[in-house]
Design a protein around this ligand. Structure first.
Ligand code: HPA
Length: 280
């Protein structure tokens, strides 16, 4: 995609969302496979728009992803929720994958809580557990910053150490413990998919230090960190990788759907709690 077309898509989406004249969300929550529906818990929904109705966006196609952007309030905190996202495996250009993030950053959103479904690699992880991302391996073969860079996006060569906000991460682990959700910290390996990994690939990932594996999240984090904004990532372990049982997308969505009530509760408590504890 040509840069001029890309910038035009971002500007059209930004202009449309700005024209809705809603309060600037303090947080954006991105919900992964089977984790949609958090807006039902909000005190107030200001506006709900399907991705395909936002100029410059395009529709999503994967089961378990509604593809809509919701603006609302928990009662304490203004938030935006991305229910669904663009994936590399759908054939989207890496820059399209992060287009909604660029638009939200342009609107003034500075804190992002990203969720995903992931396969557990570390031996203590069980199906249904959660893992806060402490570090990542970008093994997608893509980087959304490839190509021309605009000064306003951030540095050409952004640092990726301590990318995952330690304060939000530890706070989430603490609140998870208080509400009885198993939550550890670990390393997330992002692959482009759409195939689930072979046995040899899982052994490779384990050797490389990965604790969980999935097909998302790292592209979004990359542009958020380029902008110097705050990002936290939560992986829901929907299956144990590298066993004799082949992973199955239906099962991934089922496990996520079963766990989503507590995960929604956790995220909303964290964003409300972070009002004072996190900068900016
Ligand atoms: N591998 C990659 N992505 C995933 C998995 C997995 O085992 N489970 C959920 N998303």
């Amino acid at each position: 995609m040509e840069m001029a077309i890309y910038l035009d898509r971002i500007r059209r989406a930004e202009a449309y969302l700005a024209s809705l004249d809603l309060p600037v969300p303090r947080w954006c929550i991105i919900l992964g496979s089977g984790l949609g529906g958090i807006s039902e818990r909000l005190k107030k929904v200001h506006r709900e728009t399907a991705f395909e109705r936002i100029p410059g966006f395009s529709g999503t196609s994967v089961e378990g992803h509604d593809g809509k952007l919701v603006f609302g309030s928990t009662g304490k905190t203004e938030i935006a929720v991305m229910e669904g996202r663009y994936h590399l495996y759908e054939g989207h250009d890496p820059r399209t994958v992060v287009l909604p993030i660029r638009v939200l950053l342009a609107l003034g959103v500075s804190r992002f809580f990203i969720t995903n479904a992931a396969g557990g690699i570390r031996s203590d992880l069980n199906e249904g557990d959660t893992m806060m991302i402490r570090d990542h391996l970008n093994l997608t073969g893509y980087n959304p910053l490839t190509g021309p860079n605009l000064k306003e996006w951030g540095p050409r060569f952004p640092a990726m150490n301590d990318a995952w906000d330690p304060v939000v991460r530890r706070l989430t682990v603490r609140i998870a413990g208080e509400i009885g959700i198993a939550c550890t910290e670990g390393v997330y390996a992002a692959l482009a998919g759409p195939c689930y990994e072979s046995g040899a690939e899982i052994r490779m990932l384990r050797t490389l230090g990965a604790d969980a594996v999935g097909m998302s999240t790292v592209p979004e984090m990359t542009v958020i960190r380029q902008a110097g904004c705050t990002v936290a990532g939560l992986s829901l372990i929907t299956n144990i990788a590298g066993t004799d049982i082949p992973p199955d997308h239906g099962e991934v969505v089922d496990v996520a759907s079963a766990r989503k009530p507590v995960i929604h509760q956790l995220i909303l408590e964290v964003v409300d709690c972070c009002k004072k504890e996190v900068s900016p």
